[in-house]
Design a protein around this ligand. Structure first.
Ligand SMILES: [Zn+2]
Length: 73
């Protein structure tokens, strides 16, 4: 669904980082014509200063389903 504004465990604001993360992954997808690999994803999170694994799991495990669910409201 929608990314939570704060990390459930530590309370760090991660909502704004998710947008930047998604944009960088999309850049890699378009420029290299493939999905980003684990090292690239880890590097993006490090660049965004998302170092705690609780915050990383919030970003990595988020699934954008809002557009798919909207027609069924
Ligand atoms: Zn956290």
């Amino acid at each position: 669904m929608i990314i939570p504004v704060r990390c459930f465990s530590c309370g760090r604001v991660i909502g704004s980082d998710y947008v930047r993360f998604s944009n960088k992954v999309e850049e890699i997808r378009k420029s290299k014509n493939r999905e980003a690999n684990s090292e690239e994803i880890s590097g993006i999170l490090d660049d965004l200063n998302v170092t705690r694994y609780c915050c990383r799991r919030m970003i990595l495990s988020n699934a954008e389903l809002l557009e798919e669910i909207l027609p069924f409201d």
